[in-house]
Ligand binder design. Structure first.
Ligand code: P6P
Length: 343
């Protein structure tokens, strides 16, 4: 029986065989993966661990924080502040950035994370997850005298050097890209090791399945309404085939399904908050998930442009998200272009 490939072996191969990553980035990813194992332990305890329910606080977005949101955030910060490979961290749950204290070893990487995505599903035992993104500090100061600033994080998603998520579901699975395709590692609980269970993940180019929160239909812009209307008409309609719909309200779960069998995920701009381009966060959700999807042969667009080309201006910037099976995303982008041409 082939010896099972561990996360460590996979990362060593990406470092030494493919020359994709330096040792410091390999070690940083290992630290994040260990933190995800620690979060999984808390998530799996549920009511037995007294980790359910609200923390009685709100995050910088004004959203109610769950106890597990804060636990996951703390685990990631504690694991990485001593890691020695980071200059700073930024979390969806925190305002501003967390610069590694000077007395700790400093690295050249910037870690961004949504510590627990899909929090509304925690108390109802539906899959949730941790999303992370790694950038390199664009600082040519060899002595790194300049302190890390928020502006260091404001890099387009195309600058990421690693991205991944961990889904806490029936299995605990770590999904990772370092720019050489997408690999999936399933947590082997007895020994606590990440085992490579899929490499070279490929999203089918076509799909008959869309994921969107249909209750927002009346708020959508015309191109999205037209796209969904066409899908709902099924084989008698302009798409010539029937469509299925899924919506988990946990991006990691919807994206994991799309990586596993194809599909398209949409969280578009809507008129409830017209001044915001969308609900999802560019740096903590759209960029890491967009890169993973592209690395698996899919596409990720705002409807107007490639998500990974969006230049961030603020840390918690939001964006409209359309991602998944390449041909379906391109069809939706054409719907947007058609309406723009007649505007
Ligand atoms: P809604 C979770 O809060 C999240 O950020 C994504 O994981 C998810 O896709 C979306 O929001 C769900 O939003 O409005 O359907 O609850």
């Amino acid at each position: 029986m082939n010896p099972r490939t561990s996360l460590t072996r996979y990362l060593i191969e990406q470092q030494r065989v493919h020359g994709r990553i330096p040792p410091e980035l390999r070690l940083l990813i290992e630290v994040v993966a260990r933190a995800c194992k620690r979060i999984a332990i808390s998530v799996n305890k549920g009511a037995l661990g007294e980790v359910l329910g609200s923390a009685g606080s709100a995050n910088v977005q004004g959203e109610v924080q769950k106890k597990l949101d804060l636990i996951a955030n703390e685990v990631l910060i504690e694991a990485n502040e001593w890691g020695g490979h980071l200059a700073a961290m930024a979390s969806e749950e925190m305002d501003g950035i967390y610069a590694v204290p000077n007395r700790y070893p400093q690295g050249e990487y910037l870690l961004l994370f949504d510590p627990l995505d899909g929090s509304s599903n925690i108390d109802v035992n539906v899959s949730i997850g941790t999303i992370f993104s790694v950038l390199r500090r664009q600082n040519d100061d060899p002595l790194r005298i300049e302190p890390v600033a928020e502006a260091d994080f404001l890099q387009a998603g195309a600058q990421q050097v690693a991205a991944g998520y961990c889904i806490y579901g029936p299995q605990t699975t770590l999904v990772l890209t370092v720019g050489n395709g997408v690999a999936m590692f399933t947590l082997e609980r007895e020994q606590g090791s990440w085992v490579l269970t899929q490499d070279g993940v490929q999203i089918p180019e076509d799909t008959s399945e869309f994921a969107i929160n249909m209750s927002n239909m009346r708020h959508w812009d015309a191109p999205v309404r037209r796209y969904i209307d066409d899908c709902l008409q099924g084989r008698e309609g302009p798409r010539g085939k029937d469509f299925n719909m899924r919506w988990v309200a946990s991006m990691v779960a919807d994206v994991h399904r799309i990586l596993s069998r194809g599909g398209v995920f949409l969280y578009p701009w809507d008129k409830r908050e017209p001044h915001k381009p969308g609900k999802l966060r560019l740096l903590y959700e759209a960029n890491p998930m967009g890169w993973i999807v592209e690395q698996a042969g899919g596409a990720a667009s705002t409807g107007q442009q490639r998500i990974l080309d969006v230049q961030p201006h603020t840390l918690h910037q939001r964006v409209s998200v359309i991602l998944g099976s390449r041909n379906e995303v391109e069809h939706i982008v054409r719907c947007h272009q058609a309406f723009a041409a007649t505007a």
